[in-house]
Design a binder for this molecule. Structure first.
Ligand code: TXA
Ligand code: MG
Length: 312
């Protein structure tokens, strides 16, 4: 099995050694745990696709350790620069034209754009002090199509011995993935709802669009069925039927197996969502209470719809 070690200066030094040697390290971020490899190393990047069982046409997000590095890898217009200034380090991914072929072509699935983010975390400062400035590529550290990991043990459960080292930073602060925006000249398209609700972008983006149905493949990873437990998921459930597990939200009269947030706090619900789905995944059907659509509720509902979608 993969080794899980507590987040510490020693474990960060070991992580850098492994990344430099072309290995894979699972790292905690403010969103979910990621599976990291050196973004310049084709062999290391290929290991990520293999470990996750990820289709090669689904590109990876490049993670930088310093917002100032944005322009090295992508063409950032004024809008992109101001978004990076306000939201980085943090849970925002920008899709922009790429400007160099220095990064692994496998990672980018041969697209002319690059998804890039600067995460908030405890390790990148240590990595830089050790002379390793990235960038790294880092998809969520789960089997492709399964629920993203928000704890170190989730990574070990999904990826077994395919990771050289798992850094345990405890529970992730936000619990769902970054918001992805594609910047197209003076407009932005929401490719994936995430931790930062679209409402928060209003002051910075005059033309913010939701993707049209036909264009939804422009985030190649946004497959209809994703984030899925083995159990079927029943949405907007007001009652618990026989044989179901019930996942509540807020005050409820239903006898619940778990509650995403007894106080109906959407940030708390997001933080608990994936761990709850993983731990209830022993029944045939998980029935989930309605979740309000505003704020972080948009991303929670997006993930639940995909967890509930028909599988091929
Ligand atoms: O919060 C996060 O973003 C986490 C943490 C670990 O940083 N990472 C993450 O990566 O969610 P992943 O690989 O699980 O999801 C990345 C999504 C995929 O749906 C992928 O298709 C999309 O980003 N993506 C990557 N490059 C893209 C590009 N050039 N254009 C459009 N979508 C892209
Ligand atoms: Mg993922």
């Amino acid at each position: 099995m993969s080794r899980i070690v507590k987040s510490s200066p020693e474990s960060f030094a070991e992580a850098v050694k492994i990344l430099r040697a072309g290995g894979l390290v699972a790292l905690p971020t403010e969103t979910v745990y990621g599976l990291a490899a050196d973004a310049r190393n084709d062999e290391a990047v290929a290991k990520i696709f293999k470990a996750k069982g990820r289709p090669s046409h689904n590109p990876l997000i490049v993670h930088i350790f310093d917002p100032a590095d944005l322009g090295k890898w992508a063409e950032a217009n004024e809008m992109a620069k101001s978004l990076a200034k306000v939201f980085w380090p943090g849970p925002l991914t920008l899709v922009l034209p790429k400007v160099t072929d220095e990064l692994s072509a496998i990672a980018g699935a041969n697209l002319s754009t690059l998804a890039i983010r600067c995460p908030e975390n405890k390790w990148s400062k240590a990595f830089k002090e050790l002379g390793f400035n990235g960038p790294i590529v880092m998809p969520s550290a789960n089997r492709s199509g399964h629920i993203s990991p928000t704890r170190a043990q989730h990574v070990a459960d999904d990826l077994g011995d395919q990771v050289d080292l798992i850094i345990d930073g405890g529970e992730c602060d936000n619990g769902i993935e970054s918001t992805i925006l594609k910047i197209e000249k003076d407009r932005a398209v929401l490719l994936r709802p995430g931790v930062i609700p679209v409402e928060d972008f209003v002051p910075y983006i005059s033309d913010l669009r939701l993707p049209e149905k036909a264009a939804q493949t422009s985030a190649p990873g946004m497959l209809k069925s994703h984030y899925a437990p083995k159990a079927r998921v029943r949405l907007n459930a007001m009652e618990r039927r026989s044989g179901e597990a019930y996942l509540a939200f807020g005050h409820t009269e239903v006898i619940a197996d778990m509650n995403l947030s007894a106080s109906a706090d959407l940030a708390e619900a997001a933080r608990n969502l994936y761990a709850a789905l993983r731990s209830l995944d022993k029944v045939e059907v998980i029935a989930v209470a309605p979740i309000p659509p505003h704020g972080m509720g948009a991303a929670i509902n997006d993930r639940l719809r995909r967890a509930a979608a028909d599988r091929d």
